[in-house]
Design a protein around this ligand. Structure first.
Ligand code: FE2
Ligand code: FE2
Length: 142
């Protein structure tokens, strides 16, 4: 998959949009989380969210992490760690989602519940650490 990144969107606007995307993803995932079982509809929602989640992560790496590496490199350690969490997000999308329908129900529910919990935590780390640092870094830039 490859995505066109809009490098003209100012960092503050981009960050506001990424936060809105967090809220949208959270509300769609809440529906999956509240279902008693991982049913066909839950799997369809997860499949539909896969592409927006990956595109969102690619933008964070190409733009948010990039401005941090350029303008605030000495404070970048935590943000690099947060961005590396995109690895397990991509793994869940590529490896776990396709197997959900053939998994024992209890295991499927456990995998999905854990993913949603971890993703919510990931969003809050971004909003508390990575996004504020990128905003600061982008204001240094010009
Ligand atoms: Fe992310
Ligand atoms: Fe994010």
């Amino acid at each position: 998959m490859s995505y066109r990144i809009n490098f003209d969107e100012p960092i503050p606007d981009l960050i506001e949009r990424l936060k809105r995307e967090h809220r949208q993803l959270e509300s769609k995932l809440a529906a999956v989380e509240s279902a008693d079982t991982v049913n066909e509809q839950s799997i369809r929602i997860l499949e539909e969210l896969s592409e927006p989640i990956i595109r969102h992560a690619v933008e964070e790496e190409a733009r948010v992490l990039r401005v941090i590496m350029h303008e605030a490199k000495e404070q970048s350690r935590e943000s690099i760690k947060i961005a590396q969490e995109h690895n397990w997000i991509a793994d869940f999308i590529k490896k776990t989602i396709p197997k959900l329908s053939s998994m024992p129900q209890q295991q499927a529910k456990q995998e999905v519940t854990q993913f949603i919990l971890d993703l919510r935590q990931h969003f809050s780390e971004e909003e508390e650490i990575m996004f504020p640092l990128a905003l600061k870094a982008s204001s240094v830039k010009k």
